[in-house]
Design a protein around this ligand. Structure first.
Ligand SMILES: [Zn+2]
Length: 320
């Protein structure tokens, strides 16, 4: 679908339609009180109807006597940006593989660059998958691998040679399935061990390279298979052990992440790296190959605006 055709929908132009679309997405069975969780239809009343004097989309809960709208308690709370623009940004963010730059959001939506930047960080917050289920399981394999992320442009001010100046990233990948990526201080036994034990079923088969890091950790899983990077395929990007074990999925994930970062965002500082990893991971876990359409991916991202701690003061956006 072209961008022009995509934005024909009234929800991108009419604030009431945008709010109704968001309500339908977050409250498929009718409004739920943002304060006490009450969803009994006889206890929730719409306030004011169409009267101008009332805040649009306002509900009153008879159970706790509180008032709420669909955005209360979400990452969109107290935003000055119209919902039509939030929906547009969420759609642009989730169409295609590579995300969208703050510059493109700024130009397309007609908001300032700073506002676009804050919107994107809030949407990244929405795409952060909280408490995802453990990966792998009996008869399944999980690949674990590390990489280093840093500015590789020698002309950049922040360029410094060597791995020690780069950020370490650990990824866990189910071949043809889901992925999870973590920015760690250092990819050492303690950090990687913590991540593995928290996120992977111990009944899984662990696939890694021959790094010493995994020798002891591997014993905690049903089986541990190692791919020798020094083997015949080395240098051609092919890492397949004789028995078919590979860490290709992990290497592809890192390759795609770095390419996408370079193409869309140029570079991000270490401070924000985990947020970009979350975004990339979300898109990977809702990719077309797993059966998700652009629309379903956007809907999943919008669902994620609920239950997230607000990490930005509302004034940050107002200042921009
Ligand atoms: Zn209530």
């Amino acid at each position: 679908m072209t961008k022009a055709a995509m934005f024909q929908d009234p929800m991108f132009h009419d604030e009431d339609k945008a709010r109704e679309a968001l309500e339908a997405e977050l409250w498929p069975n009718g409004p739920v009180c943002r304060h006490c969780g009450c969803s009994a239809p006889e206890k929730i009343a719409k306030v004011g109807g169409k009267k101008q004097s009332h805040r649009a989309g306002l509900y009153y809960c008879n159970e706790c006597e509180g008032q709420f709208t669909v955005t209360v308690g979400t990452v969109l709370e107290r935003s000055k940006v119209p919902l039509t623009k939030w929906l547009m940004a969420a759609h642009m963010f989730n169409s295609g593989k590579n995300g969208v730059s703050a510059h493109e959001i700024h130009r397309t939506l007609g908001v300032t660059y700073k506002t676009a930047w804050f919107m994107m960080h809030r949407l990244r917050e929405a795409m952060n998958e909280l408490d995802p289920p453990r990966m792998g399981g009996r008869g399944k394999s999980v690949q674990a691998d590390e990489t280093y992320y840093g500015n590789s442009s020698k002309r950049s001010k922040s360029y410094r040679k060597g791995h020690s100046h780069k950020a370490s990233v650990v990824a866990l990948i189910e071949p043809h399935g889901r992925a999870r990526a973590f920015h760690v201080k250092s990819a050492n036994l303690k950090e990687v061990g913590k991540i593995l034990l928290r996120n992977v079923h111990r009944t899984s088969e662990l696939h890694t390279d021959e790094s010493r890091l995994y020798v002891d950790l591997g014993r905690m899983f049903a089986a541990h298979k190692k791919v020798e990077h020094g083997g015949a395929g080395h240098g051609q990007g092919i890492y397949v052990a004789d028995d078919g074990t590979t860490t290709n999925a992990a290497e592809n994930f890192f390759g795609n992440f770095k390419r996408s970062m370079r193409g869309t965002y140029r570079f991000c500082s270490e401070q924000h790296l985990q947020k970009y990893l979350n975004e990339f991971q979300f898109r990977h876990n809702h990719r077309a190959k797993l059966g998700f359409t652009d629309g379903e991916r956007t809907a999943a991202a919008l669902k994620g605006i609920e239950g997230k701690r607000l990490t930005y003061r509302p004034t940050d956006e107002a200042k921009s």
